[in-house]
Design a binder for this molecule. Structure first.
Ligand SMILES: Nc1ncnc2c1ncn2[C@@H]1O[C@H](COP(=O)(O)OP(=O)(O)OP(=O)(O)O)[C@@H](O)[C@H]1O
Length: 319
């Protein structure tokens, strides 16, 4: 876990955390730690992500187990936790007749800032999230992207140590999604605020998270550094100048030399080579020589990596 590795106290720590809604087992025996930086909380709809956040905020009582957030016990110190933590809920919760500016000032005042400090802080966070002149307009007329930014701004209003961002990219088009992910990354790096961010889209979290926790039906499927999810497969990806014809000529020639190849987009994906070619970069030399013999220009030769989707496709092992 991130915190343990760095010798720091974890930002969040749970032990056997369980939450049932009647017969629905939303979280089961969850033991996990979250450190500083950005942590992705991934899982399909209904996996228990929002429930975990609400339990950690002290808004829902756990059925069993324990958890602490920034060193505070969730059952007895919920108020202290909510003072230190910002929360961007999944669903629309913005008053339509109020401007983002008034709303964020209000949220900052609620957290104890004086009138002028709250105005200053609101202007800062609204600028950081990219709401400019629109911030003076009633939020009812905002696009989904602007609403998500306003929700994020209110989560940052009281200068929290940690933010819970529940599906911040929900409903956004690809460009707005990229902007939001960049913002999430900046929160964890430039602003130095730890972030637990949920998504059911696995690919997007691998771009911004230092660590990823995967939930499946309320169970912990996996918790590791993002780099470990993207571990090398031992295979290679090669791209040559030209079209599919050149790609396939290379693939066929490499297959004749004992490599297992298949097309993947514009590239040739090569399975981990046999031991005699894996040693000392022999496979790289072979690919270079085969491309040269065919008169093909090598554009790219890189390790093939697993992606977060693969963890799900493989079914994974519950830990
Ligand atoms: N108040 C509630 N009463 C009963 N069941 C609930 C309640 N809230 C959530 N659930 C159920 O608990 C399970 C986990 O829900 P949760 O909202 O935590 O999942 P999630 O991973 O956040 O999914 P989503 O992204 O769809 O919100 C689901 O089966 C859900 O239907």
């Amino acid at each position: 876990m991130t915190g343990e590795l760095m010798g720091l106290a974890p930002v969040i720590s749970t032990a056997g955390l369980t939450k049932h809604y009647g017969t629905v087992h939303a979280l089961t025996d969850l033991t996990v730690e979250v450190g500083d930086g950005v942590t992705g909380l991934v899982g399909a709809n209904g996996a228990g992500k929002s429930t975990l956040i609400k339990v950690l905020l002290g808004l829902l009582e756990p059925t069993g187990g324990h958890a602490s957030v920034l060193g505070h016990d969730i059952e007895h110190e919920g108020q202290e936790i909510r003072r230190l933590v910002g929360y961007m809920p999944e669903h629309d919760c913005l008053p339509p007749d109020v401007s983002a500016s008034d709303f964020v000032v209000h949220m900052a005042r609620m957290s104890g800032l004086g009138a002028s400090a709250a105005r200053e802080r609101a202007a800062d966070v609204l600028r950081h999230v990219g709401l400019d002149e629109e911030r003076y307009r009633p939020m009812g007329g905002y696009s989904t992207g602007m609403k998500q930014r306003a929700k994020l701004a209110q989560a940052l209003a009281h200068d929290p140590r940690l933010v819970f961002l529940d599906e911040p990219t929900n409903g956004l088009d690809p460009a707005a999604r990229t902007d939001m992910l960049n913002l999430v990354r900046r929160i964890g790096t430039e602003f130095g605020i730890a972030a637990l961010v949920t998504s059911h889209l696995l690919g997007e979290l691998e771009q911004v998270s230092d660590h990823v926790i995967v939930l499946d039906g309320g169970h912990l499927l996996r918790s590791s550094a993002t780099g470990d999810f993207l571990q090398r497969t031992g295979g290679l990806l090669v791209e040559v100048v030209g079209t599919e014809t050149e790609r396939d000529r290379l693939g066929e020639a490499l297959a004749q030399r004992g490599l297992t190849c298949r097309p993947r987009g514009t590239m040739v994906a090569i399975d981990p080579p046999p031991p005699e070619l894996a040693e000392g970069g022999a496979v790289h030399d072979l690919i270079r020589d085969v491309a040269a013999d065919l008169g093909l220009g090598l554009m790219r030769l890189q390790p093939d990596r697993r992606h977060l989707e693969d963890v799900f496709l493989e079914g994974g092992t519950r830990v």
